[in-house]
Design a protein around this ligand. Sequence first.
Ligand code: EPZ
Length: 422
Amino acid sequence: MDKFVIKGGIPLRGTIRIGGAKNAALPIMAACLLCSSKNTILNIPDMKDVKTMQRLLEHMGAQTQKEGSSLTIDTTDIKNFIAPYELVKTMRASVLVLGPLLARYGFAKVSLPGGCAIGARPINLHLMGLQKMGADIQLESGYVVAKADRLKGAVINFDIPTVTGTENIMMSAVLAKGTTVIENAAMEPEVEDLARCLQSVGAKINGAGQRLIEIEGVDYLKPINMYEIIPDRIQIGTYMTIAGITNGEIVMKGCSIKHLEAVVEKLTNTGIVVQSIQDGIKVKGCEEIRSQDIKTMPYPGFPTDMQAQFMALMTVANGTSVIKENIFENRFMHVAELRRMGADISIDGSVATVRGVKRLKGAPVMATDLRASASLVIAALKAEGQTTIYRIYHLDRGYERMDENLRLLGADIQRLKDDVQV
Ligand code: EPZ
């Protein structure tokens, strides 16, 4: 396993390029199962979860090839419709093959994802929707076994606007018989990107990106041909926070502030300066960060995937900030580690109160999940002295070459094997 060793206190300056969104890439890769042919997707990021999804599709009989940020997925010979526990337990988003397999082949056997560091993360809403569309759903030894001769359109109302639940039902409905209406659908940009991709191959979808989505089933879809996915808004927000906390100046190319309105508003209120430029964004930090309260909400609210990163920024803000996590029941795993670096944070249920301190001190800390690990990197870049972050494989799941990017920006960061002494 790898660790990061970071010496903090350096203002980061320079230009980096932001790649495609992990949470757009994963559903669109799964959507390749909807048509037995050679699909090509552009702007696919180089990160672990994408590799895991490739392995899962190959396990089913697909051929995949990644050249730079172009990914080809040939689904001509899909011969097994099983997503095994060994793969699903490493990446919950594997559940996204359930809808396409059922819609295209009428059968899917997908391991229940199980919980993860940030919460129980059930998929009951996914299964409710598929059952409404006529699927026979059985739970057998930790697997969902789903069968359907041909799914039929239905009206599906989600109690909670689930992102991958909306994506799974959308991918089922595009080949179903009749019309499907999703009420209280997730509005995340990645859901909209999936819909746009499906429309490009013949799907009839109205309202994606809104709370009500209407899908008219068709008999077949064309292969995905050179569809370019959207940039990763959470990586963008993370580097904005890094520019802010180190009082540096970072230019990000290949992206825009679109889809980041709530994050940009909060960061701007802290004193950070965010500016749209030609083909990118320029972000300038400031000497004194002002505290800001946040509440995580479904899009277009403040994204839960930016909560840990924003908390790291607030640990050195002037004042006290209150952070309410409304999406996941256990997404404060980074708090204990930030406290080891001198942060003053108290937790009461889903509310964290962060009292800004003058300085953080480097310390050995442990990454627990993807966005918590990003939070520790942000704090380490500010802290006095050296920080070692263990279990950095969590970060590699959703950040593209982060240590390389940070070195480009002037950071003192090393990626070492766990057993290497520094
Ligand atoms: C997606 O997860 C993202 N993952 C997550 O990103 C993100 O944090 C999350 O949406 C919220 O925005 C991908 O897109 C691959 P949900 P998802 O279903 O779809 C409850 C990251 O860091 N729920 O929108 O699994 C659930 O427990 C990852 O990149 C049910 O109760 O999240 C949660 O409290 C982490 N039953 C809430 O809804 C269900 O059937 C929102 O979850 C489904 C969800």
